[in-house]
Design a protein around this ligand. Structure first.
Ligand SMILES: Nc1ncnc2c1ncn2[C@@H]1O[C@H](COP(=O)(O)OP(=O)(O)OP(=O)(O)O)[C@@H](O)[C@H]1O
Length: 723
C-alpha cells in the first residue's frame, strides 16, 4: 500500500487542486469528480481495477444512470463487496459511514437510507427481483443479478430438500411405516449404545444426527474437528445400505480434503467393523446384516469438480439440472469451503429423488469465493442472548417427535415454532479427539468463543501441546519497535523449529544423513508415499501471502535456513526435496490449484527428479518439473489453502504490525482454522495484541441467504465488513 503513496498524493493533489472545495453532485458531496476519486481509491487499494472498470462499464451501458455519480459509486462498491467475497452490498452499511473507509473523507452520501432506497428506484439498471435488470435490489441489499439468482435458488432448493422426507424405500417415507421405524430404532440402539462419554446433556447428538439424515432429504451435520462427523456418517451410510444398496457418492471441495475424507471413512469403517464383530456374540444374525451393509459403503471420495464433470475452459459443468447426477445420496465434506455459486451448481445437478448430507465446521474460514453458505445455514441456531457464541437446535414439533421415536431422547426442549431449515440440522459439539484439558482443544474453543481471558489463560498454562513465539522488540531506538526480521528472535526460533521438523523429512532423502557411515548397505531412498507422509507431519501456516511474515517471506527465510543447515541445495530451481503448491488448474495433467507435491528422485529412473503428488483417490501422480503449471515453494502456505488438511504439528505466523488491509484478513475464523489443523502441537509466532484482536474479529459476509432460510430469526451474516 505504501509504495505508491507519493504518486497518489500527487494525483490527489492535482485532483483537489482542480476542486479544492467539495463538489455537490446531487446525492453526493465529492472532493473531486467521481471518476478521479475512483482512480485514487484504486491506487490506494481501497478498490481494485476491476471495481473501477465495472463502474465505468456500467455507466457506459446505462448513460441515463451515469448522469448521477451515485450510480457509479454504488456499482464500484458492489463490485468491491463481491471482490471481498460478500454476495451483495448492504445499503444500511454505507449510510452514513464513509463507504471507502479511507482515513480522509472524500465522498459523502447526502441521503438517509430511505432516500437512498428511493433514489435507487430511478436507475434504469436497477430493478426488483425478476425484473430482468443487471442489478437487483431486494430487502436493503443490492445484488448482481447472477448472485441474486444463485442465492434465491440455493435458498429454495435447501428449503425444499429440508421439508422433504427421504424414502427408505421408494414408496415408504420413514415415519409412515411403524414396523420399519421400530426396526430402525433397534438398529440405531445397536450402533449407538450411548456410553456415558458419548452423550452431552443426556443426548447422544451423533445418534440424533443419524436419525435426522435417515428421515430428511437434507441433513447438515456440523462440528469441530474430532466431534465424530465421519463416525456418524459411516453409521448412517451403513443404515442406508441395508436392503437395496444405494448409489452413494462422497465428495469434498479439494483433492486434499477428498483424500482425507476417503482415509477417514476407511478408518471409521474399520473401527465399526471391529465393534460389530465384538458385539456379534450377543446378536450374531442382526450384526451380520449390519456388517454386510457396512461393506457396501464406498470409500473413494472425489472432488466436487470431478463429480460435476469439468468442461475445460468453461464455467459450466457436464452435470446440471438438464443432466442430473446419477446417485441416490450425496455426502459433501468440508462444506464450509463450498461457495455460493458452487452450491448452486451442486444443488441444480442433484436428482429429484436424492438425499444430500453436508458435513463441515461452521466456525472455520468461509469459502475462498463469495458467500458463507454453511454459516448462513446454521445462522438461525445462534443464541443471541449469550455473551459468547452458543448454538441451540431448533426442531418442529413433528421432527422432534420423529427423532424421539427413533433415538429415545427427549428433544422437547428444542421445539421451536418456526424452525424452517432447523429440522435438517444437527451440531456435534463434543470433541473425541482433543482431551478436555489438552491445549489445542482448549485454545480452539476459547478462540471460537472469542473469550480473551480464556485465550490468555490457555497460553499462560504452559501446556506441552502449545508453544508461543513472540516477535522480539528492538529497544535500541528512541521508540521501541518490532525487530527487523534478521534480528527477530521469535522468527529465529521459528526457523530453528522448521529446520528440526522439515529436517526429519529432508534427511530421509539424503544418503549422507540416512545411512550410518560404517555400513556398506547401499542407500535406499524412501518411497514417494513415505516421503510425502513425513513431509505432511509439519506445516507453517501464514495469515498473509506477502511481506516478511507472509507465505513469500517465510518460504524464502525457511529455504535459506534449510540451505545453511545443509538440508537442501537450492541452487537449482527443482532441487531434491523442494515442496511445491500448485497455483492454477491443469486439467490435462490432473493438477489443481492447491495440490501439494514434492520434488523427489524418480523411483523408476534414479537419474531424474520428478514432482510427486498424491491424488484424491490415493494414487501417486508423477510430473516432469518442466511441465508443472504455475506453482510456488510450500514450506509455508496460507491458512486458507490449509483448509481440509491436518498436520501433526502446525506453526502459525501472524504479522507483527498489520496494515489496515491486513487487519481485514485477521479474523477469529482464520485463527481457529489454523489451530484446528494441528493434531499434536500448535505454535504461533505473533504478538499478544494481534492474536487477541484477531480472535475477537468475526468474519461477516454480506448475504441474504440466512434471512431467506430463517426469516426474521436470522441474526447474523447479513453485515458487510467495512472495519
Ligand atoms: N461417540 C464416540 N465415542 C468415542 N469416540 C468417538 C466417538 N465418535 C468419534 N470418536 C472418535 O473420535 C475420533 C474422531 O472421530 P471422527 O473422525 O469421526 O471425527 P470428525 O468430526 O470426522 O473429525 P474431522 O473433522 O477432523 O474429520 C475418532 O478416533 C473416533 O473413533
Amino acid at each position: 500500500m505504501n509504495h505508491s503513496t507519493d504518486t497518489n498524493s500527487a494525483d490527489m493533489n492535482n485532483a483537489t487542486a482542480l476542486a479544492a472545495n467539495w463538489y455537490n453532485a446531487g446525492a453526493l458531496r465529492l472532493k473531486a469528480p467521481l471518476t478521479e476519486l475512483l482512480k485514487y481509491w484504486e491506487k490506494e487499494r481501497l478498490i481494485t481495477a476491476l471495481d473501477r472498470h465495472f463502474a465505468l462499464e456500467m455507466a457506459r451501458l446505462h448513460p441515463n444512470d451515469a448522469q448521477e455519480p451515485l450510480f457509479m459509486l454504488l456499482c464500484a462498491l458492489l463490485s468491491q463487496q463481491l471482490s471481498a467475497q460478500h454476495t451483495c452490498l448492504v445499503l444500511e452499511y454505507i449510510v452514513p459511514t464513509n463507504p471507502m473507509a479511507e482515513p480522509i473523507n472524500r465522498c459523502q452520501i447526502r441521503l438517509s437510507l430511505t432516500e437512498l432506497i428511493d433514489a435507487l428506484q430511478h436507475f434504469d439498471a436497477i430493478g426488483a427481483p425478476n425484473s430482468n435488470k443487471p442489478l437487483i435490489f431486494e430487502d436493503g441489499r443490492l445484488y448482481l443479478e447472477r448472485y441474486h439468482h444463485f442465492e434465491t435458488q440455493v435458498a429454495s432448493a435447501l428449503t425444499r430438500l429440508s421439508a422433504a422426507a427421504l424414502s427408505l424405500t421408494p414408496s415408504q417415507p420413514l415415519a409412515s411405516d411403524n414396523q420399519s421405524l421400530l426396526q430402525l430404532r433397534r438398529q440405531l440402539d445397536c450402533l449407538f449404545p450411548s456410553a456415558a462419554h458419548t452423550v452431552e446433556a443426556n443426548i447422544d447428538w451423533q445418534k440424533v444426527a443419524t436419525a435426522t439424515a435417515l428421515g430428511n432429504k437434507l441433513a447438515v451435520i456440523t462440528g469441530g474437528p474430532g466431534t465424530g462427523k465421519t463416525t456418524t456418517v459411516t453409521k448412517l451410510l451403513l443404515l442406508q445400505q441395508l436392503g437395496t444398496p444405494k448409489q452413494i457418492r462422497l465428495v469434498a471441495p479439494t483433492g486434499k480434503a477428498a483424500a482425507r475424507l476417503s482415509e477417514s471413512i476407511k478408518a471409521s469403517k474399520a473401527r465399526l467393523e471391529q465393534e460389530l464383530q465384538q458385539a456379534s456374540k450377543e446378536n450374531p444374525q442382526e450384526n451380520q446384516v449390519l456388517l454386510t451393509a457396512l461393506s457396501r459403503i464406498p470409500e473413494e471420495a472425489s472432488t466436487l469438480h470431478r463429480l460435476l464433470g469439468v468442461i475445460p475452459n468453461s464455467a459450466h459443468f457436464r452435470h446440471h439440472q438438464g443432466n442430473p447426477l446419477r446417485l441416490d445420496l450425496l455426502i459433501v465434506d468440508e462444506a464450509s469451503m463450498v461457495d455460493l455459486p458452487m452450491m448452486y451448481k451442486l444443488l441444480s445437478a442433484l436428482p429429484e429423488h436424492a438425499g444430500l448430507i453436508l458435513l463441515g465446521d461452521q466456525d472455520q474460514l468461509a469459502s475462498v469465493e463469495a458467500g458463507a453458505v454453511l454459516a448462513d445455514i446454521c445462522a438461525g441456531l445462534k443464541q443471541a442472548s449469550t455473551q459468547h457464541t452458543e448454538w441451540k437446535m431448533r426442531y418442529s414439533q413433528a421432527q422432534a417427535e420423529q427423532l424421539t421415536a427413533l433415538t429415545g431422547f427427549n428433544l422437547s426442549h428444542f421445539i421451536h415454532s418456526e424452525p424452517k431449515i432447523g429440522d435438517s440440522l444437527c451440531m456435534l459439539t463434543h470433541s473425541h479427539r482433543f482431551k478436555g484439558d489438552a491445549g489445542i482443544g482448549l485454545l480452539a474453543s476459547a478462540v471460537n468463543r472469542a473469550d480473551l481471558a480464556g485465550i490468555l489463560s490457555v497460553w499462560q498454562s504452559g501446556l506441552a501441546e502449545l508453544t508461543w513465539l513472540e516477535h522480539s522488540v528492538d529497544h535500541s531506538q528512541t521508540q521501541a519497535k518490532i525487530s527487523e526480521p534478521s534480528n527477530n528472535t521469535g522468527l529465529k526460533a521459528l526457523l530453528a523449529q522448521a529446520c528440526e521438523q522439515y529436517g526429519d523429512y529432508l534427511r530421509l532423502l539424503q544418503p549422507t544423513h540416512a545411512t550410518p557411515i560404517h555400513t556398506s548397505e547401499p542407500f535406499c531412498p524412501p518411497s514417494a508415499m513415505e516421503a510425502i507422509a513425513k513431509f505432511n507431519q509439519y506445516r507453517i501456516l501464514c495469515a498473509m501471502r506477502t511481506g516478511d511474515y507472509g507465505v513469500e517471506g517465510i518460504n524464502l527465510a525457511v529455504t535459506k535456513a534449510l540451505a545453511q543447515a545443509k538440508l537442501i541445495q537450492p541452487q537449482q530451481e527443482f532441487y531434491l526435496g523442494r515442496p511445491i503448491i500448485i497455483q492454477s488448474n491443469d486439467y490435462n495433467l490432473g493438477l489443481f490449484n492447491g495440490d501439494i507435491g514434492l520434488i523427489l528422485q524418480d523411483e523408476e529412473r534414479a537419474d531424474r527428479l520428478m514432482a510427486h503428488f498424491i491424488k484424491a483417490d490415493g494414487k501417486l501422480l508423477k510430473v516432469l518439473p518442466a511441465r508443472l503449471p504455475s506453482h510456488e515453494t510450500c514450506y509455508a502456505m496460507t491458512v486458507h489453502k490449509s483448509q481440509g488438511s491436518e498436520f501433526n504439528r502446525v506453526a502459525l505466523v501472524l504479522p507483527p504490525a498489520p496494515s489496515l488491509v491486513q487487519w481485514q484478513l485477521l479474523t477469529k475464523e482464520l485463527i481457529y482454522t489454523a489451530i484446528t489443523r494441528a493434531k499434536q502441537h500448535f505454535s504461533c509466532l505473533g504478538t499478544q495484541q494481534v492474536f487477541e484482536r484477531a480472535s475477537l474479529q468475526a468474519t461477516q459476509r454480506a448475504s441474504g441467504l440466512a434471512d431467506r432460510l430463517w426469516g426474521d430469526q436470522s441474526l447474523s451474516h447479513t453485515a458487510a465488513v467495512n472495519s
